[in-house]
Design a protein around this ligand. Structure first.
Ligand SMILES: C[S@@+](CC[C@H](N)C(=O)[O-])C[C@H]1O[C@@H](n2cnc3c(N)ncnc32)[C@H](O)[C@@H]1O
Length: 510
């Protein structure tokens, strides 16, 4: 029975082994090890991204192999490309997965045997990050590596993973970055690395060191993005859905144009929309952050191109952005919902921020005040005109950027509290006028800016570091927008767009 199936489609049996293994484990267990397994559609697609390696005998690396679906698909793809000798080295920490992994590899071995080809393998039931095959003299570099690394954050103080890859890049953002960087370090010049990971590494300060390392070592020549927060992995818990990307890196290659594909996570994957972009459009050369911007369509690329023509950046225009100073869990004793407390000031939380308007009336059930007790100076700041920009949008919220104006005269107080779930924006030099504040807020609330920002950031967080470097209109344009926006009767995005788009000379974003 098994042999018959192998002749028709070895992957069917391999998927069977995978499902059987997954059903034997609790969700808790799988989460601890980051066991979100790749289904056959994504696995075959990832394998198909590998171009024929030049070596006669191909060395394949799988880091976090699970039950081996990625190695199986990749080895079979290499066989189709005419590679007759493939040797795979697979790391998997979970000893319970090893019997299924072995069975998977034997199925692959049989298929190779039937075609007079040779597939050999070596399973290392070991910790990939701590074992560091790239530093092991007995492990030769690899030609090909296709991975779906585990992802979880770890404690920088206590985890053995902290600094485990610090010789490659600085920062300890997430285990998937360590996996991917060590995989890169383990392949040879000209070697190919295909990885499916969260999109989070493409922007943000935490991953800056990782991005710099990857882009210095290799050319990122293909990005595949899933259009929706689809269920990409087999046993994914819908609560952890996040945007995932597949990237192909070619080590030591000269970085040139980048192909961006987008599809849903179903059989349409191999028929994805495909566009080719010049390098500077995807990796912003104007600063050292190496932010990887991903337009999901030609239309989004047009938005990105238009934004590139803006005369300045947010920071160079003369604005600053900071995260609100009040970290609520560290300042509990200062915060009360008794809004009539003496010697206290309003504390702005995200619910106080809506398009064009930041408003604290004391009437909302979540409104709180910040008591000016000893030590408050570290958390409060001088009241003034500011623009508040929410730091988080909910997963399903249509807009990423929501910003409202806070005017000094809204409250009769010298000091004010801004929570760290909002960013506050002002002028480097001097105070924002009401007009300029409305102009800034309107720019952030426009559809164009929202779409532009989405190309830059895949997560729902709006970080000050990304805002600082975005392309931006001049202060004159901002003020011109503000003069009209301050009189708007409606806060509908379409009304805001009618003011912003003609002044910035940008197309209507849909
Ligand atoms: C996201 S799963 C991917 C499994 C498989 N490659 C696939 O695509 O279906 C990550 C795998 O890495 C394993 N893993 C987690 N931490 C590891 C470590 N430090 N070293 C080696 N393997 C690890 C997990 O047990 C899990 O099987």
């Amino acid at each position: 029975m098994l042999e018959q199936l192998q002749i028709t489609d070895p992957l069917e049996d391999i998927i069977g082994l995978q499902s059987h293994f997954l059903s034997s484990k609790s969700m808790e267990d799988r989460k601890t090890l980051g066991q979100f397994f790749t289904g056959s559609i994504v696995s075959e697609y990832m394998a198909s991204l590998i171009n024929k390696p030049s070596s006669k005998s191909v060395r394949l690396l799988d880091a976090g192999a699970g039950t081996g679906i990625l190695t199986a698909s990749t080895a079979l793809h290499c066989l189709k490309l005419g590679c007759k000798t493939v040797h795979a080295v697979l790391y998997e920490l979970d000893s319970k997965a090893i019997p299924s992994l072995e069975q998977t590899l034997k199925i692959v071995q049989n298929t190779f045997g039937e075609q007079r080809a040779s597939f050999t393998f070596e399973i290392r039931c070991d910790d990939f990050v701590l074992a560091r095959p790239d530093k092991d003299e007995d492990t030769q570099p690899f030609d090909v590596c296709v991975i779906n690394p585990p992802y979880f954050k770890y404690s920088v103080q206590e985890s053995p993973y902290a600094k485990a890859a610090s010789d490659l890049y600085h920062g300890d953002p997430n285990i998937y970055a360590s996996f991917t960087a060590i995989a890169m370090s383990s392949i040879k010049q000209g070697g190919q690395l295909v990885a499916i990971t969260p999109r989070s590494f493409t922007n943000g300060l935490y991953f800056k060191g990782f991005r710099s390392y990857m882009l210095a070592e290799s050319a990122l020549d293909l990005i595949h993005i899933f259009k929706k927060r689809d269920k990409v992995f087999k046993n994914e818990d819908s609560a952890v859905l996040q945007e995932n990307v597949i990237c192909r890196f070619v080590k030591g290659s000269e970085q040139s144009d980048i192909t961006v594909r987008s599809s849903n996570c179903d059989s349409s994957i191999s028929n994805a929309d495909e566009e080719h972009y010049a390098l500077p459009l995807i990796i912003d050369p104007s600063n050292d952050q190496k932010i990887i911007r991903i337009p999901e369509s030609a239309y989004e690329a047009a938005i990105l191109r238009q934004a590139e023509t803006f005369p300045t950046t947010f920071e160079n225009a003369g604005y600053f952005i900071s995260t609100g100073r009040v970290v609520e869990h560290r300042t509990r004793t200062y915060i009360t919902d008794d809004i009539n407390t003496d010697n206290s000031v309003p504390l702005y939380r995200p619910h106080n921020v809506s398009p064009l308007q930041a408003s604290w009336t004391g009437e909302h059930k979540k409104d709180v005040v910040f008591k000016l007790n000893d030590g408050h100076e570290k958390h409060t700041m001088e009241n003034g005109n500011f623009v508040l920009l929410k730091r988080f949008s909910s997963k399903d919220e249509k807009r990423r950027l929501v910003s409202g104006v806070h005017l000094k005269n809204a409250h009769d107080c010298e000091l004010i509290g801004f929570g760290n779930k909002t960013n506050y924006i002002g002028l480097d030099d001097g105070n924002l006028t009401k007009v300029e504040a409305y102009g800034l807020s309107a720019v952030f609330n426009s559809s164009f800016m929202d779409k532009y920002f989405r190309c830059i950031s895949g997560n729902t967080q709006v970080n000050a570091t990304e805002i600082r470097v975005i392309k931006f209109p001049t202060r004159e344009q901002v003020k011109e927008i503000g003069r009209l926006a301050q009189n708007l009767k409606s806060v509908e995005t379409s009304e805001i767009d009618l003011i912003v788009n003609p002044i910035l000379g940008v197309m209507d974003a849909i």
